[in-house]
Every structure is written in structure tokens, then in C-alpha cells.
Design a protein around this ligand. Structure first.
Ligand SMILES: [Zn+2]
Length: 278
């Protein structure tokens, strides 16, 4: 973070983002606080944060920059009991509070391919690595939100479809999201699609994730499709299979290689999961 960074609160980007003012990261007060379930009150006692945790005087904490009031990120995170971290690769500060929709829910994330199976090899990218990167970003968001996660593989591992199904049987997740990047012989093919197994809960999950993804990324919309694939077919839980973009398409591949694009995609998938749980 040099002068600024992007800001995600509870899975949603906040504009403008984080500024480096004085000693550390600051967030825009009026934009950030409502996203954390609070408000700002102004009175003759000075500005105060109001939230479930009570009140916090902001006297002396606010720095004005242009037209906006900024307050220290860590002060806001602590008051609203939000976990936070800075993702260096995408230069994004991520704040997240426990979400009642995720409480007690376990979510299985399946980064496609791995090990000997590298997935599609783009000109400048390897599918299995991008799938894993997306899964790790999504995992952190879900855990900030209070959900449990398990991955079907770790970095360098390449379990078979049958082994992934076994993992799902043991873990008995509430739902599963499989993460892939697409490819085609035709380099013109591009865009985002989400697959499902035809069962209505999977269709609903796929639709929720798809809607958030194409809205966030503005990639070419290939829709939601039913497929008869082993992993999706065999699982007794709602399951969606994301094909984020085409690594065989130069424009799509350039997007997929940007950490900030993958961070936005992970946030969109997170919101899609929340929408399907609501
Ligand atoms: Zn794949």
C-alpha cells in the first residue's frame, strides 16, 4: 500500500477505497460505516460512531481529505468487530464481520486440477494455479464471515474426481463450489459461465453466483448451464462449478492474471453464496 488501496467490506467494494493518511490506513467514514451496520452521529458532543458495541467518540480521529472524512481503519474494524487483512498482491484491504447466514455452515471449495494435472496451460498462465488462488481468496472471505471451509486439495496436490467426492462425503458440506478457468480451441471464445447438476438448489446456487460474477466483472455472459459431470452429479449437496474466464482468449487471460480481478471475482462468488443461503 503506497498512497491507497482498494477496500472490501463484507464482500463488497467500497468507493473510494483506503487512503494512507498520517500513520496508517484510513477508510472513508460515511462510505464504510453503513456497510458495517453502524452510523455516524454529529452533535455538540462531536462526531461519534454508533453501533451494536455502543458509541465511540471520533474527536481528533478524523482527517479530512478533499470532500471526505477519513478515520483509521483499525479503529473502525475494532469497534465493529470486523476481522481484517491486507492482501498485498491485489493491494486490497479486506474487512469482514460474522454473517448469521454463514454461522455453523461448512463450505467445500474445490480448486480444479492440481498436481500432474495442470488444467489448461495458457500463454502466460496455468489453470490449476489460478483456480487455487481464487479458492484461497474465497476461503479467507468465507472465514471472515464466520463460515467453515475445507479445500479438496492443497497446493501441489491433484486428487482424482473420485477422491474429491470422497472428501465431500466425509466433510458433508452445506454446499460446494468448484473453481475453474475455461478454454477452447477457438481463441475468440470468452466469458464467464457457471455450471450445475440440474437439481434446483444447485441451480439456485449457480444462478446467485453467476449473477454476482457477471455484474461485478462485466465479462461476456455465457449464462448458467446444466452439465452431467461426475463431481457435480455424485454430490448429495448443492454444488456450482465456476468457469471464470477463458485462458485461451488473450483478453480474458490478461484479466485472469490480475490479482485484483481474482479478488473481485472471489468477492462476487462470496456474495453469490450469501444470496443462495438467504
Ligand atoms: Zn478446469
Amino acid at each position: 500500500m503506497v498512497d491507497g488501496a482498494e477496500l472490501i467490506i463484507n464482500g463488497r467494494h467500497i468507493f473510494p477505497g483506503v487512503r494512507r493518511l498520517g500513520e496508517g490506513p484510513f477508510v472513508p467514514l460515511q462510505q464504510a460505516v453503513p456497510r458495517l451496520g453502524g452510523r455516524v452521529a454529529f452533535s455538540d458532543r462531536g462526531p461519534r460512531l454508533i453501533g451494536l458495541g455502543g458509541e465511540l467518540p471520533l474527536e481528533g480521529e478524523i482527517i479530512r481529505d478533499g470532500d471526505l472524512d477519513y478515520v483509521p481503519l483499525l479503529l473502525v474494524a475494532k469497534f465493529f468487530r470486523a476481522g481484517c487483512y491486507w492482501d498485498q498482491s491485489s493491494n486490497t484491504w479486506v474487512l469482514g464481520q460474522e454473517n448469521p447466514l454463514l454461522r455453523g455452515k461448512s463450505i467445500l471449495l474445490d480448486p480444479g486440477h492440481g498436481g500432474q494435472d495442470r488444467g489448461f496451460e495458457g500463454r502466460h498462465s496455468l489453470e490449476e494455479q489460478l483456480n487455487m488462488d481464487l479458492a484461497r481468496r474465497l476461503q479467507r472471505l468465507i472465514e471472515l464471515g464466520g463460515g467453515f471451509t475445507l479445500l479438496t486439495r492443497l497446493e501441489g496436490e491433484g486428487p482424482s474426481t473420485q477422491e474429491r467426492i470422497e472428501t465431500a462425503r466425509c466433510f458433508q458440506p452445506f454446499l460446494l463450489v468448484s473453481l475453474h478457468h475455461n478454454s477452447s480451441f477457438d481463441p475468440q471464445d470468452q466469458g464467464t459461465e457457471v455450471l450445475h447438476n440440474g437439481r434446483w438448489q444447485s441451480l439456485r446456487l449457480a444462478r446467485c453466483i453467476h449473477g454476482e460474477l457477471v455484474g461485478e466483472l462485466a465479462t461476456y455472459d455465457r449464462g448458467v448451464k446444466e452439465v452431467n459431470h461426475g463431481l457435480l452429479r455424485e454430490l448429495p449437496v448443492p454444488a456450482a462449478w465456476v468457469e471464470l474466464v477463458f485462458l485461451s482468449n488473450p483478453g480474458d487471460e490478461a484479466l485472469a492474471r490480475q490479482p485484483s480481478f481474482r479478488q473481485r471475482a472471489a468477492a462476487a462468488i462470496y456474495r453469490g453464496i450469501l444470496a443462495a443461503l438467504s
